[in-house]
Ligand binder design. Structure first.
Ligand code: F6R
Length: 593
């Protein structure tokens, strides 16, 4: 949540660099944004703050464009304070020499603010962040810049990441107790960002800042521990990454690009991770109790995993929303395994759950898409999805990747990894067919148009397809703003069927598995009450008003069938003239509670 980007160095277009970086980071928060720029040889910052999407900053239109060597920027997802220009970051101190951008929530900001007001500081915004530059301004009366930042940061309660620049010093100081920060560079210039993708166009050498660390970027890169400030040797990592992976290419939206990337992601997982899968499935087998945790789409993947492990490996595995896990953790002990699924590797609820698991000495496994992310680093056992950067807020390819890994693990436990690999290759082919077959696409668009005219949509499935129903409903609601509910088919008659009226669209997952007959009965019941049934199935049925074919690939069908709903969600958003990449009120990575 919130994107941070900072530059200090030898170039003279810092404002442009920050602007480009913020565009890359915009998916992390997009209600407002801002840049603080120092014009060369001046000793204070000038601000350019705006609400809404990132457009060309005013600063770029004039003399700053080619005359700035020091700048920080921020793209915001509001926590404290409304979405206004004043509340957008960066925030300055009274002297305008200190500029701060922040990700997180300062739990004790009210006390700090009262104290600073008593000391004569004036505040321009409603944010918690604004206490930081003023605290630093106070500390600067008695100590140097870096220690002023450190001492101010040590006063903040909560999980926070801050990047501070001090115009007279040409130094950036950043600290964190939560939320990602990655520093990179060398050779006379440094960058710092919330996400590696903003830095990689400039350098492949990066340092992932750990929690309770501070970095100073100036003439060199130095790391110190918090709260005390003891020097630590930086661990510089070289990142192999193709910039084009993060660019939109020929697609109109990242969501569509990422939907189309899924076959490639699945083939990669099927072909290249046999030993990692064998190792991790061994860990699961030996654990005395495994808990899968995640949030949102990642939780929906966890739930699919529970069915996979039961159905394929005959193994009992638990799951919970990461945010609910602390009410269920009492039985954990040193023999338990907590397996976190997270695309970003930065979801705060997951991190908190893992901290608790660690306190109970349980082992932690992480299945994540971001190398060096907090969750990746916390884990005893790490598995990287290698799905490439996911930029659309609605998760698509990471979901397919998580399901593929869970399928491989479930089959590996029973010694049949090769069967799962073959199944995944067939799944990728089926996905390609759905994605590229003009007839299927035409039908999907037609159904999307019909659905876009409704205010309620239902999705039903049983077994693994129940978890798919939850994921389908989440995908549709988040990009189309249409109320969509995913339900277990058997639960309809226990209440929700009261909501079905004439013309209500109901998506039905009906793969040819043990759920088929029962889910068709449920579809018939909905249809009898006026619902319009859209069947996603290998075969047509008299229960369906519309049928979208997903061919039979055993458990691979559960992965292939989701692509249909991802496309439906995407096209519903387009019919409603919404931006599917940046749904309202959301941000890609949820780093605050
Ligand atoms: C939905 C979506 C979210 C995320 C959730 C967890 O499309 O993207 O529900 O799945 O915020 O995020 P990660 O996987 O990064 O932990």
């Amino acid at each position: 949540m919130c994107g941070i980007f900072g530059y200090v160095g030898k170039r003279n277009n810092a404002s442009e660099i920050i602007f480009e970086g913020l565009k890359t980071l915009e998916y992390r928060g997009y209600d407002s944004w801002g840049i603080a720029v120092r014009i060369k040889n001046k000793k204070e910052f000038i601000l350019d703050k705006n609400t809404g999407k990132i457009t060309a900053p005013n600063l770029n239109k004039n003399k700053f464009k080619k005359n700035s060597d020091f700048a920080i920027g921020h793209t915001r997802w509001a926590t404290h304070g409304r979405v206004t220009v004043k509340n957008a970051h960066p925030h300055l101190d009274c002297t305008k020499k200190i500029a701060v951008v922040h990700n997180g929530i300062i739990e004790n900001y009210e006390v700090l603010k009262k104290d600073l007001i008593k000391k004569g500081h004036s505040f321009l915004s409603e944010t918690d962040t604004e206490v930081i530059p003023h605290l630093i301004e106070e500390n600067l009366k008695i100590e140097g810049f870096a220690s002023s930042v450190r001492d101010a940061f040590n006063l903040l309660k909560g999980f926070n990441a801050i990047v501070v620049s001090f115009a007279p010093s040409s130094e950036i100081v950043a600290c964190k107790t939560g939320s990602p920060l990655i520093a990179g560079g060398g050779d006379g210039e440094f960058f710092i960002a919330s996400d590696i993708s903003a830095i990689l166009p400039y350098t492949k050498k990066v340092v992932f800042l750990k929690d309770n660390e501070m970095v100073i970027l100036g003439k060199k890169l130095q790391i110190f521990s918090l709260p005390k400030g003891i020097k630590i040797k930086p661990k510089i990592e070289k990142i192999e990454f193709k910039v084009e992976e993060a660019s939109i290419g020929k697609y109109k939206h990242f969501m569509l690009k990422e939907i189309y990337e899924q076959p490639k992601v699945i083939v990669n997982l099927a072909q290249n991770y046999t030993s990692e899968i064998k190792f991790l499935s061994g860990v699961i087998e030996n654990a005395k109790g495994t808990f899968l945790i995640g949030a949102g789409t990642a939780y929906n993947a966890c739930l699919a995993g529970v069915y996979f492990f039961s159905k394929i490996s005959h193994k009992h595995v638990n799951t919970a929303f990461a945010s609910e896990f602390n009410y269920l953790e009492d039985f954990l002990n040193k023999n338990s395994l907590v397996m976190a699924l997270s695309q970003s590797g930065e979801t705060i609820d997951v991190i908190e759950s893992l901290n608790r698991a660690r306190n109970k000495k349980s082992k932690i496994a992480a299945i994540t898409n971001v190398l060096g992310s907090s969750i990746y680093r916390m884990a005893n056992y790490k598995f990287l999805l290698n799905a490439g950067p996911e930029r659309a807020v609605a998760s698509t390819k990471a979901y397919a990747a998580k399901l593929s890994v869970l399928l491989l693990l479930s089959y590996s436990i029973i010694g049949k990894t090769e069967k799962a690999k073959k199944m995944l290759l067939d799944t990728a082919k089926e996905m390609e067919r759905i994605l590229n077959d003009n007839k299927s696409k035409k039908k999907i668009k037609e159904i999307a148009r019909l659905m876009s005219l409704n205010s309620h949509i239902f999705v039903i499935g049983r077994g693994v397809s129940y978890s798919a129903s939850l994921e389908a409903a989440l995908k549709i609601k988040e990009v189309s703003y249409i109320h969509t509910e995913g339900l277990a088919g058997g639960e309809l008659k226990h209440g929700p069927i009261a909501l079905i009226s004439r013309g209500t669209p109901c998506l039905v997952f009906a793969p040819k598995d043990e759920t088929y007959d029962s889910i068709i009965s449920n579809a018939t019941e909905v249809r009898a009450r006026g619902g319009v049934i859209i069947g996603i199935s290998p075969q047509n049925s008299s229960a369906f008003d519309y049928w979208i074919e997903v061919r039979e690939i055993e458990e691979g069908s559960y992965i292939a069938q989701i692509v249909v709903v991802q496309l439906l969600a995407y096209y519903i958003a387009l019919y409603k003239k919404l931006d599917p990449d940046k749904p309202r009120n959301l941000a890609k990575s949820v780093t605050v509670k």
